[in-house]
Design a protein. Sequence first.
Length: 380
Amino acid sequence: MTVGILGGGQLGYMLALAGYPLGLHFRFLDPSPEAPVGRIAQRVTADYTDHAALEKFSNGLELVTYEFENVPVEAAKFLAERVPVYPPPAALEAAQDRLAEKTLFRNLGISTTDFLPISGAAEFEAAVKQLGLPAVLKTSRMGYDGKGQWTLRTDEDVAKAKVELPKVALILERFVPFRRELSVLAVRSQNGETGFYTLVENHHRGGILRLSLAPAPGLEPPVQRAAEDIARRVLESLKYVGVLAIEFFEHEGRLLANEMAPRVHNSGHWTIEGAITSQFENHLRAVLGMPLGSTGAAGHCAMLNLIGDFPEPSEILAVADAHLHLYGKVSRPGRKLGHVTLRAASAERLALRLSELPAFFHRPEFCLDSALVQSASHRV
Ligand code: AMP
């Protein structure tokens, strides 16, 4: 049985690694000849808009899924006329546009920060007046890892943004002075079975995820239930099939939904070692209509992204409970090259293991110190 995957980055790589023990084969389509999955699976190098290539790619596939959310919806719809495509292209469509995404959340009764669409200077000024400062200006489409995003704190920031306003659809959001960022991974299978992983605490630098702690330190059951209720509403409304990630701001005891990803997610990498069934395996089980595996956590985990460079593998592996994942990519500044997961039996043991990581990980961008201080305060 061969599963087709649009996108050939590390998420696809880890999907394939999870699928081989289930007896699956994989075929990837990615425009880049450098896509890391080339090391381990069939890879078709073609543009997502190349219908002849899509047609050929789909031949003999059981179904198509994706590991990259900016796949053109049109490509997913073209393929859906030939083979089943999961998650549904409608989910892709909603997640690609911040305005559509936040409107979907609001329509489902899910809290978000206040936001307004912007399509020109006059609207921008009126929106700043209505929402107040600080505010966050974002391109509605194609933004990720902090790209296409500007935080406006002062009138000067507003004046500068007004002059440089990109001529694309934008959204202005009220800035949320959140306590922390959390995310939930949910999964729904073809037959409607659902599962939810524990909420994870995420730390970003420069808009890129650096560190996830799972479960989120000090997580209260009502907060977990609220996240699951939100995710369930999205899953049901989209008749979703596969893994869905939703990112939240925790603010004044409430969850505000910020965005969703209709795919496996960086903040779920800990599930490879830290959950009974990984997000990758459960995504495949879901899209294939197989029974889902338990989403239960098997201990406490920290996941650290390796961005741009990384120390000697043996230095990492010398730390007890550390697991290294390298994606086989050429190093480049800002590029996600791999990740490290530490799994321990208790939060205390995890903190000890984190403190034993080599000096490389104690640089500010890994957010370890603030995360540990915060974790310790949750335990008091
Ligand atoms: P996003 O691309 O929407 O995930 O934003 C990237 C990061 O910018 C988030 O993880 C937050 O740290 C920050 N951010 C985005 N929107 C807001 C907001 N409305 N208020 C405060 N911080 C935000």
